[in-house]
Write a protein that binds this ligand. Structure first.
Ligand SMILES: NC(=O)C1=CN([C@@H]2O[C@H](COP(=O)(O)OP(=O)(O)OC[C@H]3O[C@@H](n4cnc5c(N)ncnc54)[C@H](O)[C@@H]3O)[C@@H](O)[C@H]2O)C=CC1
Ligand SMILES: O=C(CO)COP(=O)(O)O
Length: 320
């Protein structure tokens, strides 16, 4: 199968580099000047400095040309996915569209699979998610991810096609569980970063990871996910990675809140919008999501770190 990547940021470029070991890949950048530079210099200097783009990656801003592939990886931020797809609905019709983003859309409360289905109704949607930093994939370090596709046969085909020498894919048909694991772990990573930044210590982080995981399971169950999915790479695996590494932008954003330091607003931090979406859904559904709700208030500036600690520690005692 021929593969193109829509979105030439950190993750799109890293996936293209990994897949280039299997055959030619087209990488679409929406900015023509960026496409020209990357094609010429063989580097994504803004997002993956120092990593060479293999010769069989073709970087282009020509959508028509890029979208001739059978499989299109969608590597844009979650809150931009609908826009990115809706301007090109006809071109994407009938394609295998693999969302590589992690989050819940703030305006609608749905995840990437539903956004694909709503914008390109006759596409074949799937999701690639799990614990991986773009930089690790780009440098060829071993990584294991989850390929989620409701159509089991198509899922197997995509698993075969998108597995590379260093990128091992597991598969599931539970797209709901897989997308919620990736979305919600970013919210918890902001909370953990804030705790560490504020000097609350590793014990507090362990509590946030564990109780955060309980929230993730509760929310996923509400949305019909299979419990086992959350125990896998897309849930627990990504939660552990993102809550413990300064390579995570969500974690670093949390750190900046805890340290009361500014953070570059141009950086993609998916957990901020997802925390808002989750706390809205939790309020509507009457679901107890205290950490997510606190992170939503903290990251919007409605809470200080002191407010956040009080809100979480002051809750009534309960069974684990
Ligand atoms: N960077 C990483 O280590 C990983 C990222 N992801 C996920 O991948 C997704 C993308 O993240 P990154 O590549 O890291 O972000 P990024 O900020 O490096 O790149 C985002 C790219 O999307 C493009 N874009 C934004 N709006 C667009 C639109 N309307 N139409 C077309 N293109 C548009 C930007 O030009 C940019 O090239 C996120 O959901 C993230 O959670 C998943 C795993 C690892
Ligand atoms: O999703 C990721 C790791 O699996 C990347 O995390 P950040 O978006 O927080 O950098």
């Amino acid at each position: 199968m021929s593969v193109s990547v829509l979105g030439s940021g950190a993750f799109g470029s890293a996936l293209a580099i990994s897949l280039a070991g299997q055959g030619p890949v087209t990488l679409w950048a929406r900015d023509a000047e960026q496409a020209r530079q990357m094609q010429q210099t063989r580097e994504n200097s803004g997002r993956l400095p120092g990593v060479t783009l293999p010769a069989n990656i073709s970087v282009t801003a020509e959508f028509e040309h890029a979208m001739q592939a059978e499989v299109i990886l969608l590597a844009v931020p979650m809150q931009k996915l609908r826009d990115a797809l809706s301007v090109h609905t006809e071109r994407l019709s009938g394609k295998m569209l693999v969302a590589c983003c992690k989050g819940i859309e703030m305006t609608s409360g749905v995840g990437p699979i539903a956004v694909i289905t709503q914008t390109v109704p006759d596409a074949h949607p799937a999701l690639l998610t799990g614990p991986s930093f773009a930089d690790d994939i780009a440098r060829g370090l071993p990584t294991a991810l989850t390929l989620a596709c409701a159509d089991a046969t198509l899922g197997e085909d995509l698993q075969q096609e998108l597995t590379t020498a260093n990128l091992r894919l597991y598969r599931t048909t539970d797209t709901v569980g897989a997308e919620l694991g990736g979305a919600l772990k970013n919210v918890m990573a902001i909370g953990c970063g804030a705790a560490i930044g504020a000097g609350l210590g590793d014990s507090a982080r362990a509590a946030l990871i564990t109780r955060g995981f309980a929230e993730m399971q509760r929310f996923a169950a509400l949305r019909g996910a299979q419990p086992d999915t959350l125990m896998g790479l897309s849930g627990l695996g990504d939660l552990v990675l993102t809550c413990t590494s300064e390579l995570s932008r969500n974690y670093r954003f949390g750190l900046s809140l805890g340290l009361n330091k500014p953070f570059d607003s141009a950086t993609t931090v998916e957990g901020v919008a997802t925390a808002q979406a989750v706390s809205k859904i939790a309020a509507t559904e009457g679901l107890d999501m205290p950490i997510s709700t606190t992170v939503a208030k903290l990251s919007s500036g409605a809470y200080s770190v002191t407010d956040a600690i009080q809100a979480l520690l002051g809750r009534p005692l309960k069974e684990e």
